[in-house]
Design a protein around this ligand. Structure first.
Ligand SMILES: [Zn+2]
Length: 456
């Protein structure tokens, strides 16, 4: 039985436009037989040195993606599990087939294209990213990594490059709704998560089934640690470091860890008219000093840590009452969990001082932790060497946002490549990365894949 999720979806079947797209894509593939001299067949063109993808075709693929959920403002809304998500994945599957990949959907509904290697013992090299977006999202987040992986498969196929390792292209499902696809690969999706209703209106359970996975057998989607040679992800930066410095390639050192605390400041609630200034224990004034201190500590400590007080509430919250209590949050991020700990210790000691100054108590209760995922040092070197060989400028940097590579790090070594985001804007229709930068990122990824394979 063929799975056709669009059949009863009420969504116009994109097959027609889709075939046109597929034909356009095929037409960009140079013919293997020269028309002028039909015999003998033209030799396979050698891979350019240093290896490069077809940047024009890559950006054309990215343009085609916009047919699936692209909006008039230049953005894309392709919610995980929606009809356009399914249509986009179907197009990607078609592109994979054109590259001779064996296409499958795993039990967690990740879309996978596999290219065999020459060494039957070699573990797969995995590349990929996600195609789903947030509501009102951009046309680059995740999609640049997917289009580049598809383009690399086309390039290798066109030049008949044989790799020692199998190459797997993975399009992870529902990254934006909690990295469901990549977390399922490492057995991190809790049963209760299946009931979560996603932005598409479907539960994760129903969404996985709709994409062709099996939510009842999610456990079997899990892969073993050590079962891959490595995972490489190309992604837009989603920040402004590269754009501000005018640098082409970011060599990601890792995905930052995160800790969050609930902050409670307790003072004395009193009448705002009758309580003299020198007799107050104003929790909100103390909180203001605390927020200032958090910013000072994060700014003046050496390193790239960030610390934020993102939410605040005064109790009881009336114009004529001195606030007796303030509830706030504290978040600290860094590539090293130990560094987060040290920054927190400093914040805590400053909080004690603020408490004494204002005769209030400040309580900090940790409620969330996401562990940092450093990239493999060897992969950073490989990516850097690949950028260097191509003459692209590069810099090492952390990723402040989460990515599928974070989950994949539990299976083996991972590497990440960033390309510049205009003005650092992301999760917005304004998100933009220049076509040349996208091609550069894919070139670096291709070079890294070949280096990892021991070919170039
Ligand atoms: Zn992303």
């Amino acid at each position: 039985m063929t799975f056709d999720p669009l059949l009863n979806s009420g969504y116009p079947h994109p097959r027609r436009g889709f075939l046109k797209v597929a034909a356009a894509l095929a037409a960009t593939l140079p013919s293997r037989i020269s028309v002028r001299s039909p015999t003998p067949p033209a030799p396979t063109p050698p891979l350019p040195q240093p290896p490069r993808v077809d940047g024009q075709r890559l950006n054309a693929i990215l343009g085609v993606f916009r047919q699936f959920g692209g909006t008039d403002d230049g953005g894309t809304t392709r919610l995980a599990y929606s009809a356009v998500d399914i249509a986009g994945r179907r197009y990607a599957a078609e592109a994979m087939e054109q590259s001779g990949l064996e296409v499958s959907t795993d039990l967690a509904a990740n879309l996978i294209g596999r290219r065999p290697g020459t060494d039957p013992e070699a573990l797969p090299v995995i590349i990929g990213s996600h195609m789903d977006t947030v509501p009102g999202g951009g046309s680059y987040d995740g999609q640049v990594g997917v289009a580049s992986a598809l383009e690399i498969a086309l390039t290798l196929h066109h030049h008949r490059v044989e790799l020692r390792h199998p190459l797997e292209i993975v399009i992870f499902q529902n990254e934006e709704g909690g990295k469901t696809g990549s977390r399922a690969l490492v057995g991190r999706v809790e049963p209760h998560e299946l009931d979560i209703v996603t932005a598409s209106g479907l539960t994760i359970r129903d969404g996985i089934a709709r994409l062709g996975g099996d939510p009842a057998r999610l456990d079997e989607a899990r892969r073993d640690p050590g079962s891959m040679a490595g995972f490489l992800e190309l992604h837009i930066e989603q920040g402004a470091v590269l754009a501000a410095a005018g640098i082409q390639i970011g060599v990601v050192e890792g995905i930052v860890g995160i800790r969050r605390w609930n902050v409670t400041v307790r003072g004395a609630q009193n009448h705002a008219g009758t309580t003299p200034m020198n007799q107050r224990r104003d929790a909100l004034v103390a909180a203001a000093d605390f927020i200032r201190a958090v910013n000072d500590v994060a700014t003046n400590t050496e390193g790239r840590q960030v610390a934020t007080v993102g939410r605040i509430e005064a109790v009881p919250g009336a114009p004529n009452v001195v606030p007796g209590e303030v509830r706030a949050t504290l978040e600290i991020r860094d590539l090293e969990m130990e560094k987060i700990g040290r920054v927190f210790d400093e914040v805590e000691s400053r909080a004690r001082q603020v408490g004494e100054d204002h005769e209030v108590t400040i309580e900090l209760d940790r409620f969330y932790e996401s562990l940092a995922a450093p990239t493999e040092p060897r992969f950073r070197d490989i990516i850097e060497a690949s950028a260097e060989a191509l003459g692209y400028t590069h810099v090492r940097m952390p990723s402040g946002a989460g990515h599928d590579a974070q989950s994949m790090a539990e299976l083996g070594p991972v590497g990440m490549i960033f390309v510049s985001s205009r003005d650092g804007i992301s999760h917005s229709p304004q998100e933009y990365t220049a076509p040349e930068d996208i091609a550069r990122g894919a070139d670096v990824l291709l070079g890294a894949v070949l280096a990892l394979d021991g070919v170039g």
